[in-house]
Ligand binder design. Sequence first.
Ligand code: NAD
Length: 327
Amino acid sequence: MKENDKIKVGVVGVGHLGKFHLEQYQLINTVDLVGFFDINSETSKKMSDMLNVKSYNSLDDLLDVCGAVSVCTPTSTHFEVSKKVMCKKCHLFIEKPITNNVQHAKELILLSKKNSVLVQIGHIERFNPAFYALNKENINPNFIESHRLSPFNMRGTDVDVILDLMIHDIDILITIVKSNIKLIQASGVSVLSDTIDMANTRIEFDNGCVANMTASRISQKKLRKFRIFEEKSYTNIDFLNPSVEKYILSNDRPKNDFSYIVINENEEKYILYDKPKINLHNALKVELQCFAESIQMSKEPVVCGNDGLRALEIAIQIRNQINTKSF
Ligand code: NAD
């Protein structure tokens, strides 16, 4: 494909998230949104009327006219749908998590190589404006704490809260901590669904870093906090209302416009406070733009199939640790 050619894209599954994919593809000028397929005819009609996008009667019909598609069907269907997409030689964006089992994820990665198609996984926090504002190069965490809480919704309960919510933080964790995992401990409970609705895990890395992560989908309020503790600093990331706050322990009184607190003037100890400016953008739009760019430039997506597989492997290990009867 020529670099300037528009990619013909489609969406499979236009429920909660698929609708956002349709809307964002309509705004991206490097792609041409040709239509979508959803097994629910009522949803199809509603979405087609609302967004003025063509609804196809079968997946095959959609794939015949597309060069790439987003798979936004429930996680338990990702494997079967994605296999069909790849066999039709379409590039593939799979919403997170890649699948609900490791063997299937590995098969999809192999299939993508066999059919020479690119696969990107929808770990959207990598495109969050707050994550963009974080200086990731010089980060060396000793301790990480994350909370991802949501009110209950039946949507997404085909998988447990680890695959549904915690997987976002797992992906960010292994992007930041460059070390192998030594130990995973976890506990969790199922409260409103048949699978785990609330989970907590403690992950130890070979380099000594420890992460304590909590995810719940039975919370009253939404929260997406990710806190990073380094030897002389603490960084507080909010993925929901994108912001980054950094507190740095210093022996020098700051010369620039940092605000600071004097801990002990005699010992020259200060806490510097920094809140980098966030350049707000729509994370899904940037994520899909990057997907299109990968196809046009024939380069590996920012979040490739193996990234999705790594996050899934850890999520499954956490689940295996959980005794759902106690917390
Ligand atoms: P949803 O139930 O709202 O929508 C799923 C849609 O897929 C429905 O319209 C359904 O009719 C359709 N569908 C089901 N099986 C299909 C098939 N075989 N072929 C075609 N259409 C089919 O679910 P959702 O909340 O939009 O979640 C979809 C996916 O997106 C899940 O994998 C979920 O984990 C992921 N998700 C990601 C994020 C994120 O932050 N990146 C947020 C929410 C959901």
